[in-house]
Design a protein around this ligand. Structure first.
Ligand code: CA
Length: 240
């Protein structure tokens, strides 16, 4: 080995997906820009109803959620998300005189809140703390369901200790199924999260790729990938 081997750049870590919900364009822009600068993949929206739809259909690592919003307010967006089984952490943005006690009651688990006006440093520190708590701080991620193991950074998959070769699309699909293990995912959800937003082909492609994955993951073994007819697919621990 020569010493011209460069250390891995920080950008090779897996980026976190953050949804920024804020109706005031100037604040939204500052927040989104700061988070992109930190290396996160950021989606922005200025309306509560649209935010709820987006956060239901797509999986985010964190939602930065303004409380006062057109459409649905931030609390309502969060409540309905939890009702839909989406437990992604939320960082609320709230005005100083705004219902401090209400927000205390709302902030649970990995959630947090920031009072306006806040500094960009304060924001990025809070975001980093939340992502660290949920294990999305860039450390290598290893997902395990039963005897199936997926290493995100190494792009490696093993079942019962045997390496499984997957194409990039198969790998993304398996990753998405594993981070949502136990949750039934519709074809549309899978299509939006695994293929590009602007993919305009048929959703038969999901069925096709689930078939490929099954042949590689489940063949001659206990079934992990299940079909819920009329609902979608779920990867889960086998019943014992
Ligand atoms: Ca607002």
């Amino acid at each position: 080995m020569t010493d011209d081997v460069k250390p891995e750049p920080a950008t090779t870590r897996s980026a976190s997906r953050v949804l920024v919900v804020e109706d005031e364009p100037a604040i939204r822009d500052v927040v989104a820009t700061a988070l992109r600068y930190q290396g996160h993949v950021v989606n922005e929206i200025g309306d509560g109803t649209q935010a709820l739809a987006m956060a239901t259909d797509s999986s985010f690592d964190l939602i930065v959620l303004d409380v006062m919003l057109p459409g649905l307010d931030g609390f309502e967006v969060c409540r309905q998300l939890r009702d839909r089984g989406r437990f992604c952490p939320v960082l609320f943005l709230t005005a100083r005189d705004q219902t401090e006690h209400r927000i205390q009651g709302f902030v649970a688990g990995g959630d947090d809140y920031l009072t306006k006006p806040f500094s960009v440093d304060e924001l990025t520190l809070r975001v980093a703390a939340i992502l660290r708590r949920i294990g999305r701080d860039g450390s290598p991620e290893v997902l395990t369901v039963d005897d199936l193991v997926l290493e995100v950074a190494a792009k490696q998959v093993r079942r019962a200790g045997h390496d499984i070769e997957l194409s990039p699309t198969e790998f993304r699909l398996l990753h998405y199924l594993m981070i949502n293990a136990g949750i039934v995912l519709s074809k549309t959800q899978i299509l939006v999260n695994v293929w590009d937003y602007d993919y305009d082909g048929s959703d038969n492609v999901v069925e096709l790729y689930i078939g490929y994955l099954r042949r590689k993951i489940d063949k001659d073994r206990t079934t992990l990938i299940h079909t819920r007819r009329g609902h979608g697919y779920v990867l889960r621990q086998p019943d014992r």
